[in-house]
Design a protein around this ligand. Sequence first.
Ligand code: UDP
Ligand code: MG
Length: 313
Amino acid sequence: MTSVDIIVPCYNEEEGLALFYQETQKVLEQMKGYTFTYILVDDGSYDQTLNEMKKLAVIDSHVKFLSFSRNFGKESAMYAGLQASTGDLVIIMDADLQHPPSMIPLMMKGIEEGYDCAAARRSSRAGEAPIRSFFSRFFYYLSNQMTNVKMAYGAVDFRIMTRRMVDAVLKLSEVERFSKGIFAWVGFETKWYPYENVERAAGTSKWSFWGLFRYALSGITSFSIVPLRLVALMGIVISLGAFVYILATLTQTLLFGIDVPGYVTTLCAVLFLGGIIELSLGIVGEYIAHMYMESKKRPIYILKESNLQDTKE
Ligand code: UDP
Ligand code: MG
């Protein structure tokens, strides 16, 4: 028997959790040769999510739960789940049924074929605002240009991983986690499974546009130092330009004398350079912020309650 842990990060999922469990159970019951354990991670929900988890744990001893002291974010929830997992295989999926459980048997075939990872990827972005898909595409383009790790477009956090890949992921213990990058960074062969985007079963998405924007930005800066190099490059280009301009102006002044005062030119130059300097500071600041957060070495999550130890010897 292969043991499989299913990690489900949950933040205010009281409406959908029971349904998620039912739908997933239907699929898992058909699968022979595997024993499944749920690791439900309550990411500091302020609704009845934890109680829903406890109810499930009463009816099914294979349901384990962890509950955070506050909302630490999905990344932290996934990390906690991975740390708690002991199975030969680990599945990560969302609680809102946007990651169809019916794909599990199919994806499991990939693992049986010898892949270390079987992951889902959205083939369409139906039901999503065009502006959001545009920025998403742009983000993948940018980050793939700037980093060595190649992230697959449309990849979601729905995947099955082998123990050795999970152990590798756990070795990256950074506080500011960007899983899409981490999964790509650790390597191993991934088999991709396209699927059609599904609407949420219940509740609402926890992502705002700016939330996503910040996430994408920190994703790029945690995996690439290209933006820092760009700052230096920008400095070189502007300095060269300025040098040429100074030479030209100097020659002109020597040959023809000083003409009309260059008010507009000066203003443009000052504003332009001011902008560039602010931008560069911002980019450098982004990296300092990362260093600051990492150097504090704060825990990635704080546990409030769990039934993990209950049955363990
Ligand atoms: N989630 C979480 N912590 C958060 C936000 C979300 O654990 O701070 C969980 C959420 O309960 C869900 C999954 O992460 O199971 C995906 O979240 P959501 O559906 O809001 O994101 P989307 O599907 O819109 O990308
Ligand atoms: Mg969702």
